[in-house]
Ligand binder design. Structure first.
Ligand code: SAH
Length: 408
């Protein structure tokens, strides 16, 4: 167990339960750290702040986990945090949704771990050395609670370099790690809000599906009746399928990923065949493998009266913020120019570095440049399986609005 003393003036955020401590904030470590391990963390004048995990090879050298002084930090504590996180999801459990987030990283006191369940399969994405270290404990706790057929954990590419983690996939069966190859297994089926999807073994982006948009897809469905919809950055069609179920007149879906567009086509056909989507859904939809910025720029004015803009994380870090805001603004400005008068845009940012205020400001600049008025009709965020921990504002990464564009 290490004893870590923070520098004077650098204690405020940790004392307010922010979980990240960078090396510059640390004054002393006793004894000298030779390997990763648990640490008790103190203010410069010796008052206890929190228990944390120290690993000098991580770009965040100290992750604070518990602010309860008498808590003992060990594998059991991690297993308990996993169990508590899973049990908090009982609010999601409804028969028509079998895919949702089980662990939302720091917001659930488990740094760098995103775990999603899809039917009988759990996919974990790791973005910290802490998560990599405790993975066997986490997998066992998830297995005890949910008995999935398989748990697969992969390393988030964006963090592999800065965390010094090998990009590999680890597999757990009945809670135990195995080297056996399960990549030949059949696709896992799951339901989201009554719509049928599947994820292929080991393939796909993120953990295979974006459960964070579940509640927003439902909202978009309510606006879709009779609309000519453009779903930009469609991935496998979450918004497209809801627009079709909501009775849109047509929907064009655009993504740069061919496999995503292929899966989207399959999803439409399949849900129509099973009577989940209205008859004629496949005929009302068109798919394009294309760059969304180019597609939008070359689309005809007034061709659409509803658009969904759900780009990938454009700001990966705080320093990339300015460029990212420019890209968000460009996208939203062109959408505002192209959409029919009175049209509806569902616009999102999933960059943790972009605050809600930044996002709103960007929208007002985009509207001014496009020479339109916009009304914010609904404020959107990730669903209740992606809690925002107020002491960790970065957990509010997904923000969005339904806006109405008025051209006068
Ligand atoms: N709306 C989707 C999730 C979007 S994730 C859903 O509801 O599931 C972002 C998507 O943008 C990814 O599928 C990625 O392939 C795609 N993408 C990233 N950059 C792009 C670009 N410049 N043009 C088109 N698609 C892009």
């Amino acid at each position: 167990m290490y004893r870590i003393t923070l520098r004077e003036g650098r204690e405020k955020l940790p004392m307010k339960h922010h979980p990240w401590v960078f090396s510059g904030a640390i004054r002393r470590i006793e004894p000298k750290a030779v390997e990763a391990g648990w640490a008790d963390v103190f203010t410069s004048d010796g008052r206890f702040i929190a228990h944390g995990w120290y690993d000098e090879k991580s770009h965040i050298v100290l992750h604070l986990i518990s602010w309860k002084e008498n808590e003992s930090m060990d594998d059991e504590c991690i297993a308990r945090l996993v169990t508590e996180s899973v049990r908090r999801r009982s609010i999601i459990s409804e028969g028509s949704t079998t895919a949702y987030r089980l662990i939302h990283g720091e917001a659930d006191f488990l740094p760098g771990i995103a775990a999603d369940i899809y039917g009988k399969e759990i996919r974990i994405v790791i973005s910290s050395r802490f998560a990599d270290h405790f993975l066997p404990v986490i997998a066992e706790a998830l297995d005890n609670e949910l008995s999935p057929d398989i748990i697969e954990a992969s390393v988030d590419k964006a963090y592999a370099g800065s965390e010094g983690l090998k990009e590999r996939t680890r597999t757990f069966i009945r809670g135990k790690e195995t080297d056996d190859d399960f990549s030949g297994r059949s696709a896992q089926e799951f339901l989201e809000d009554g719509i049928r999807y599947s994820i292929e073994p080991g393939k796909g982006q993120k953990s295979g599906f974006y459960c964070d948009q579940r509640v927003n897809r439902k909202i978009v469905e309510r606006y879709a009746a009779g609309k000519r919809v453009l779903d930009l950055f469609s991935f496998t069609g979450g918004f497209t399928l809801h627009a079709l179920r909501g009775g849109c007149a047509s929907v064009d879906s655009v993504d740069s990923s061919f496999p995503a567009i292929k899966a989207l086509e399959d999803n439409i056909r399949r849900n129509e065949d099973e009577g989940i989507l209205p008859e004629g859904s496949a005929e009302r939809s068109n798919q394009y493998v294309s760059d969304c910025f180019d597609f939008l720029r070359s689309s005809e004015n007034g061709r659409y009266d509803m658009m969904i803009l759900d780009p990938p994380k454009l700001a990966k870090t705080k320093s990339a913020l300015e460029n990212a805001l420019r890209a968000y603004k460009d996208l939203n400005r062109v959408a505002m120019l192209k959409i029919e008068d009175g049209g509806i845009i569902a616009t999102f940012s999933c960059s943790g570095a972009v605050t809600r205020e930044d996002f709103r400001m960007m929208l007002s600049w985009a509207a001014a440049d496009a020479g339109v008025e916009i009304q914010l009709i609904e404020t959107l965020s990730a669903g209740p399986d992606h809690p925002v921990r107020l002491s960790f504002p970065e957990s509010e990464y997904l923000k969005g609005y339904i806006i109405r564009v008025l051209k006068g």
